[in-house]
Design a protein around this ligand. Structure first.
Ligand SMILES: NC(=O)c1ccc[n+]([C@@H]2O[C@H](COP(=O)([O-])OP(=O)(O)OC[C@H]3O[C@@H](n4cnc5c(N)ncnc54)[C@H](OP(=O)(O)O)[C@@H]3O)[C@@H](O)[C@H]2O)c1
Length: 290
């Protein structure tokens, strides 16, 4: 790992035996509008990925469903052969339809195909971490994950996957996965304004399992809150910086994967996440999602 990465806000975390910077990067925004098709600025997308690595970030979150295939192929084009320190986390369990929807694809044959396609598109022989993506575009849905998760465990035994995680999951599904095989991360929607997983985050922290919030900046609709704007104005910072800095303070097992298609925004986010928040700031921010 470069010395620079150690100085990224939040320091480092280990996913099983893999060391990653807590400040990571989510690649979904690199695909075209609606996360479909190629980016409007192909070279710009490659530049963002190269900047990610140059900044010392060692955790990239992706999926073959982005584009579909587009972000994985961009990652390969920009960064392959990968540095040993770089860890790419992907997810399986959803596909894309012609309307841009995200239908589930969690039958054993769907998952086997998806793992092989991720390996091919990323140019890898083993995937570092694979999240089983559950639920639907509206959020987690109850129900057993056993058949799907056991399929991934089987692929892990074959050496195609190093570590497993779950995404868009209920607390019960997280517990069910853990009763089948160890997981290193849970990737769910969470940010200053959406705090449904507060209890789960604390439980996972005790177990040494990472919690990776998706939509850390609000996703497709930016976080808006008068309390957030007030704290940001007081600190002469942007609401996005405050939102990222708050997540790093919220719990040591939280890893950041903010998405951006812009080198300037990426740099802003790295700098912003290092913002120092006082106890007074934290108390004010804590009220937003309660
Ligand atoms: N597991 C799942 O089901 C799931 C679902 C959704 C997402 N994810 C993962 O989570 C990652 C993060 O989520 P996300 O990218 O959807 O949402 P996000 O990180 O909450 O927000 C991304 C949005 O914020 C904008 N943005 C970022 N930095 C900015 C800045 N400094 N100033 C102004 N605007 C800024 C981006 O636009 P610009 O491009 O213009 O910067 C983009 O529109 C994704 O990339 C993906 O890897 C997982």
């Amino acid at each position: 790992m470069s010395t620079l990465s150690i100085s990224l806000p939040g320091g480092i975390w280990t996913l099983g035996d893999l060391t990653v910077t807590r400040f990571g990067y989510g690649a979904m925004q690199l695909a075209g509008p609606g996360v479909m098709g190629p980016p409007t600025d192909h070279d710009g997308a490659l530049a963002v990925l190269r900047e990610v690595v140059d900044l010392g970030i060692t955790h990239i979150d992706t999926a073959d469903a982005y584009g579909p295939r587009v972000t994985n192929q961009l990652i390969r084009e920009a960064l392959h052969p990968y540095a040993d320190s770089l860890h790419i986390v992907t997810k399986v369990g959803a596909t894309r339809d012609e309307q841009g929807g995200w239908p589930p694809a969690r039958r054993p044959e769907d998952l086997r195909r998806a793992v092989h396609e991720n390996l091919e598109n990323l140019g890898l022989e083993t995937l570092d971490v694979v999240n089983l993506r559950l639920g639907d575009a509206q959020g987690p849905r109850p129900g057993s994950l056993a058949e799907a998760f056991e399929t991934l465990v089987d692929l892990q035994r074959q050496g195609l996957i190093r570590h497993l995680g779950v995404s868009n999951a209920t607390a019960e599904q997280v517990a069910e996965a853990r009763s089948i095989a160890p997981i290193v991360c849970v990737q769910n929607m969470y940010n200053l304004a959406h705090r449904h997983d507060d209890e789960l985050i604390d439980e996972l922290a005790e177990q040494g399992i990472a919690y990776v919030p998706f939509f850390p900046l609000g996703g497709f609709s930016p976080l808006q809150s008068s309390a957030l704007s007030a704290v940001a104005a007081r600190l002469h910072a942007t609401p996005m910086s405050v939102a990222l800095a708050w997540l790093l303070r919220r719990s040591p097992n939280i890893l950041l994967i903010p998405g951006t298609s812009s080198v300037a925004h990426l740099r802003e986010n790295v700098a912003g996440a290092g913002l120092s928040l006082s106890d007074e700031d934290l108390a004010e921010l804590d009220k937003i999602g309660r």
